[in-house]
Write a protein that binds this ligand. Sequence first.
Ligand code: SAM
Length: 221
Amino acid sequence: MRIDIVTLFPRMFDSVLNASLLGRAIESGTLEVKVHDLRAHGLGKHRSVDDEPYGGGAGMVMRPEPIFDAVEEIRDEQSHVVLLSPRGSLLRHDGVARLAEREHIILICGRYEGVDERVAEFLADAELSIGDYVLAGGELAAMVVVESVSRFVPGVMGNMTSLESESHSQGLLEYPQYTRPAQYRGHSVPEVLLSGHHGEVDRWRRAQSDRVTRERRPDFS
Ligand code: SAM
């Protein structure tokens, strides 16, 4: 899978793309992630990428030309172009899984007051929000997309089966997890997890998943 990111702040991605599972997946070639500096497509000698909003109002809006130019330079027939936007459809587990089936994703990061609407209308295939709040820019949202999508790409996670029991995978939240020590500050690990009875452990985990989901996310049922 290939992911291209178009941003005014490419350096923001340095640590995220070099650490942990993502860093290893990129280094091994399992995943290809490239970050493109939108400023390179800026206009005039100041490489300008924004301007005042037509109709007046606060702040600056990102002009369409640099974004169209940057994306058209990267795009091919396989590309799925995503504009990160708080007005987009909310990214959820099933949306992440669907994105992971794409061969090539291009992520456009907005800044300032946002992006000229013609980008959403005539360039992007989808608009995605990572939550009902407003960030200063699309970079952190793009990182969320890259990390969540990459976990579905074969070879990125050490053990793909861990995806199957994780929160959100079957419309449920995960059961509580414990590790050593069995006693800590007077708090014990549930007896059943120490019993060695796999059937009972599975039943306990399923019941706990149901309970946690019912309590925390009644909207799931
Ligand atoms: N004025 C815009 C509005 O009210 O919808 C908000 C613009 S925001 C300050 C600047 C950029 O941050 C957006 O263009 C988008 O790329 C990114 N952004 C902000 N919140 C986001 C969210 N919840 N999900 C995805 N991207 C977001």
